[in-house]
Write a protein that binds this ligand. Sequence first.
Ligand code: ATP
Length: 212
Amino acid sequence: MRRRIVLFGGSFDPIHLGHTTVARDALEQLGGEGLVFIPAKRSPLKGFMPFAGDEDRRIMASLAVAGDDHMTVSDCELNRPGPSYTLDTVAHFRKQYGDPTDICWLIGADTVDDLAYWHRITDLIDACRLCTMYRAGCDAPSFSRYESSWGRERVARLRADVIETPLVNVSSTEIRRRLATGRDVADMLAPAVLDYIRAHGLYKSLEPPSFL
Ligand code: ATP
């Protein structure tokens, strides 16, 4: 039988309940055998380095999925010199799982605007199923503007792979902002992730740490 895995990349700086809630829902809707969170070494499109270090982000992601048999964390992008290109990561998993495997790569609706700038985006659309999830505060995903450059068939596939995930109004930016100003974030994070942040003194400032 054809295997299906679901991959979810991001900065996860820090991982929050928005990420894990939509991930669980998408995995169920897609019927994959498992979902892998993949913290990026450096997002090619974010103009700044992550606030927390690679190891801290990997550990927080592991804490967030602990006890869930269907979710794991991969350090494959953290172990590659940045920036982290999704096409390389899909190739890595394709090699690991072999053919035939459906590889579903999750993105949030806010990412649709950026797709035009992604590295070899048409090759990526051809290499996996790029699945777009709903996100609170964003319009429902629309791809019409890409039809002339990427072709109708690719855009039809992107449309077919939109997943109506629950709306969870949380972002890492808001969490970092609240933590830096001493406000409560308990309803936005898994308790173990919040304990880790406190124990390691993360996100105390809105400036990225100088060691990065
Ligand atoms: P930041 O605020 O620092 O930009 P973020 O909360 O968007 O961070 P990322 O780690 O950058 O988190 O996101 C990784 C992926 O998860 C992206 O594709 C993003 O669109 C998606 N995502 C993040 N938060 C949500 C959410 N609440 N609902 C749906 N998708 C989300």
